[in-house]
Design a protein around this ligand. Structure first.
Ligand SMILES: Cc1cc2nc3c(=O)[nH]c(=O)nc-3n(C[C@H](O)[C@H](O)[C@H](O)COP(=O)(O)OP(=O)(O)OC[C@H]3O[C@@H](n4cnc5c(N)ncnc54)[C@H](O)[C@@H]3O)c2cc1C
Length: 584
């Protein structure tokens, strides 16, 4: 079996997408295309007609806010959006994303457009911006790096909100080797944390999402997922520092006790436990976060198990569910539809000769599966620990799969250089890379929307959910492909629905498809864990036990903590009083 993975440096092997063939350069990679459309006072005023103002914010109030923001962070770090129309707005690309709108628009490009982007470099500067926003009624949407593609990118829910972009706050404040954690500012990317650990000879591993371009703190704030044993990013966090909507600074858990040395070790502290209200929320700006890091397990071996038939999904998920809940499966593995792997290798047109726009039929999918020797579903997992440990675990896992006729197993040595197992091998060891970006190019001008309901880890539940999404995707003319991320007792069923972002007709169809899916999923008792701006109100409305009691609690908290309605109005369906019920 293979030894633990060694360092892969930024820009080296594994950080480059096959088809995009672009090398990442850390979280500053987008800077070239991030136009600084900044004026002096006179310049800005001259362009007042081109501002993208939030409802009820006047041009004068916006300018006064921008002036104060410039005083707080310097004019170079305040960018005003003067390109409010789809025609004149820069479109960007994967690695040079536009800052003022979603790179994967699902409606008109300017629907979720921001008015400005402000880039503070310190907690004090964040506080100053928040105070200015309160004074002038200017809404703010926080991003750590802003690469939330598939869920809205860096765009705000409410048009005209200014982006509070924390990428300049990018210090790795502490790495504690013995207690195995990091204390980070929001602008630290997965690539940067990984590189730092490699450079300093640390024995600690990162856990990263499929794409390593984002922020460790930002991803955790959105309760994102990775694939090592530390894959639930919100779970493996301890201690927050937060700027509240009134500008006050708090530390949660043990951090509230001055000079405490267990802030990053014990998340709860004493008394009410608040951390959850700062995730997927508009109640605070996280300026520091402790994140647990996995010590090098002393050995590592990624594997792939394929099953040949579509109907094998049920038995496969039953097996995986029981192994996972007993922690025989150590990490958060994935079960992937064969088209997702196919899309990582070639576009739809390359596979089929031409992309007619119609979804592929079963015969075509099975043909691709045969060509790739992949079966219909692929279970990508890994074994962690010294060899005897790995061998014991492997026997238990592979032994269980003997129930499925035609199941095959592969290690890296068994597959060709094109196999997705090699890129999964990086991700499952927490080595950030960009290889999964390739499936977005399945379609011309590819963009994707993640439809992400939660399912129980049982064959029955997974099959029922897959059937629903597949049926709707077909009905609306999209190919179905998904990845099921296996948590301890649930599946994140991530449906990767790819569309042509330049086609209004396709965007309209995709919106209709997702809205219908949200309704039909809710009717079966399924809810999404995360969604795009476009669907936030709809999804929030499905969490409606006891006459919307949860929404009322959210409103109560919002009104108490953010009476001026400054932070991210409408995020996750939570609106401040000033905008509530206005159908914005
Ligand atoms: C091909 C592909 C594969 C992907 N795979 C994965 C995956 O495996 N797992 C996964 O989780 N995601 C995945 N994503 C989605 C996305 O790229 C990542 O989640 C990414 O890490 C999010 O961007 P970010 O880290 O820059 O966070 P940001 O965009 O900065 O923030 C994400 C959210 O958290 C909030 N937030 C950020 N920082 C703060 C803060 N300091 N205080 C308060 N709120 C804050 C933001 O308002 C936003 O709502 C994938 C995307 C693509 C295109």
């Amino acid at each position: 079996m293979a030894p633990a993975p060694t360092a892969t440096t930024l820009g080296g092997e594994g950080t480059t997408s096959h088809r995009l063939a672009t090398t990442v350069a850390g979280n500053g990679a987008h800077e070239g295309a991030f136009k600084a459309m900044v004026g002096n006072k006179a310049g800005v005023a001259k362009n007042a007609a081109r501002y993208v103002l939030a409802p009820d914010v006047t041009a004068e109030a916006f300018e006064a806010f921008i002036d104060e923001a410039k005083q707080a962070v310097g004019a170079d770090n305040v960018h005003v959006n003067l390109s409010a129309s789809i025609e004149d707005h820069e479109r960007g690309d994967y690695l040079h994303q536009p800052r003022f709108h979603d790179f994967f628009p699902i409606d008109e490009l300017d629907k979720y457009m921001a008015s400005a982007a402000i880039q503070p470099a310190s907690v004090e500067e964040v506080q100053a911006i928040v105070r200015a926003a309160n004074k002038h009624g200017q809404p703010l949407h926080t991003v750590s790096i802003g690469r939330n593609l598939g869920y809205g990118g860096s765009s705000p829910r409410l048009r005209g909100t200014a982006i509070l972009d924390l990428k300049r706050m990018n210090k790795i404040l502490e790495i504690n080797e013995k207690s195995a954690y990091a204390l980070l500012e929001p602008g630290v990317s997965y690539f940067e944390l990984y590189e730092h650990l490699q450079k300093t000879g640390s024995n600690l591993w990162v856990d990263c999402p499929d794409i390593g371009w984002g922020s460790v703190v930002g991803n955790a704030c959105d309760r994102g997922a990775g694939y090592t044993p530390y894959g639930d990013h919100w779970m493996f966090r301890s201690g927050l520092e937060v700027v509240l909507p009134n500008g006050e600074l708090v530390r949660t858990g043990m951090g509230a006790l001055p000079d405490n040395d267990t802030w990053q070790c014990f998340p709860y502290g004493f008394g009410p436990y608040h951390d959850g209200i700062f995730s997927q929320s508009n109640l605070g700006i996280v300026t520091k976060m402790g994140i647990w890091l996995m010590p090098n397990p002393g050995g590592y071996e990624p594997f792939l198990i394929t099953v040949p038939r579509k109907e094998d999904l049920g038995p496969m998920m039953d097996i995986i569910g029981q192994l996972r809940v007993r922690m025989v499966i150590q990490n958060a593995p994935t079960v992937r539809h064969v088209l997702l792997d196919a899309a990582c290798l070639k576009s739809k047109a390359q596979w089929t000769g031409s992309d007619t726009g119609a979804p592929l039929g079963e015969e075509e999918i099975e043909k691709i599966a045969r060509e790739l020797n992949l079966g219909y579903w692929g279970f990508y997992g890994a074994l962690y620990g010294p060899e005897p440990v790995r061998q014991g675990i492997w026997q238990a896992i592979w032994g269980s799969f003997q129930q499925i006729s035609g199941a095959k197993s592969f290690f890296e040595k068994d597959v060709g250089p094109e196999s997705i197992l090699h890129s999964r091998a990086k991700t499952l060891a927490g080595i950030p890379n960009l290889l999964e970006l390739d499936w977005i190019s399945w379609r011309e001008n590819g963009a994707h929307n993640f439809f992400s309901p939660i399912s129980a880890v049982t064959g029955e539940a997974a099959v029922a959910q897959v059937q629903l999404v597949e049926e709707k995707a077909r009905k609306y003319g999209f190919d179905f492909m998904n990845t099921l991320i296996v948590g301890l007792r649930e599946l994140h069923n991530i449906n990767c629905l790819v569309y042509n972002r330049e086609s209004k007709e396709e965007r309209d169809r995709m919106r209709a498809c997702i809205h219908e899916l949200i309704d039909e999923a809710a009717a079966k008792g399924w809810g999404e864990y995360r969604t795009h701006n476009e669907f936030m109100d709809h999804v929030a409305g499905t969490y409606n036990f006891n006459n919307g009691a949860l929404a009322k609690l959210n409103d109560t908290l919002k009104d108490a903590l953010d009476p001026n309605g400054i932070l991210a109005p409408g995020k996750c369906g939570v609106w401040p009083k000033r905008y509530r019920g206005r159908n914005l």
